[in-house]
Design a protein around this ligand. Structure first.
Ligand code: DX5
Ligand code: ZN
Length: 220
């Protein structure tokens, strides 16, 4: 299982986004948190900023849509050129149709679960996705403490993916840092989002390397 690190620009300086993404040029993905002040209490950015970012970085962009009505908006992010687009099961009314539209537009399709959402009811949707995102904090804000209570769900999600012999990536997002990343990797995660752990570090590029090394060691 290859380990991938996705710095979240939520903790970056929004006035200097091009420089901030350039500072993590060795990352596997740039994780972009789209929040609409409805699905989550916070408000961040939308498609115009994602379009500008796509022009500013060669690193593939991973859009995490924390918005109401992703059925309406998600395909547009894929059409704009985001390489991965993730919708929340709690927000989608027609997840299968929307996931298929994301894939049809040429992006990887992701499905996200809040900490309190069980994975088992969505087992049959695993064939429709390229990545499952298990939130390890309640979505909405960076810098929150990692929720250890989610670790058993990460293990069960990995077992479901393995049991079906699928090549679905398992992403964790929230409170991932040098203290917590090993637990996530041991539980079976292979894509790691890190916001404050990368952008609050003195050297974001070194933070990415250090997170990758720890995750690789733990995933064996
Ligand atoms: C939270 C966002 C995360 C956030 C993580 O709702 O989805 O991507 O940036 O930030 P940290 O890594 O600081 O918990
Ligand atoms: Zn996120």
């Amino acid at each position: 299982m290859a380990v991938q690190i996705a710095p979240s620009i939520l903790s970056a300086d929004f006035a200097r986004l091009a420089d901030e993404v350039a500072a993590v040029a060795d990352a596997d993905w740039i994780h972009v948190d789209v929040m609409d002040n409805h699905f989550v209490p916070n408000l961040t950015l939308g498609l115009p900023v994602v379009e500008a970012l796509l022009k500013a970085t060669p690193v593939p962009v991973d859009c995490h849509l924390m918005i109401e009505d992703p059925d309406r908006w998600a395909p547009g992010y894929a059409e704009a050129g985001a390489a991965s687009v993730t919708i929340h099961v709690e927000a989608a009314s027609a997840p299968i149709r929307t996931l298929r539209e994301i894939r049809a537009a040429g992006a990887r399709a992701g499905l996200a679960l809040n900490p309190g959402t069980a994975v088992e009811p969505y087992a049959d949707l695993l064939t429709e996705i390229d990545m499952l995102l298990v939130m390890t904090v309640e979505p909405g804000f960076g810098g929150q403490p990692f929720l250890d209570v989610v670790l058993p769900k990460i293990r069960r999600a990995r077992d479901l993916i393995k049991g079906r012999d699928l090549d679905v990536w398992l992403q964790v997002d929230g409170g991932v840092n040098t203290e917590t990343i090993e637990r996530c990797a041991e539980a079976g995660a292979d894509v790691f989002v890190a916001g404050s752990a990368v952008y609050s570090a003195d050297d974001p590029a070194e933070a990415v390397r250090s997170l990758r090394a720890r995750a690789a060691r733990a995933s064996g």
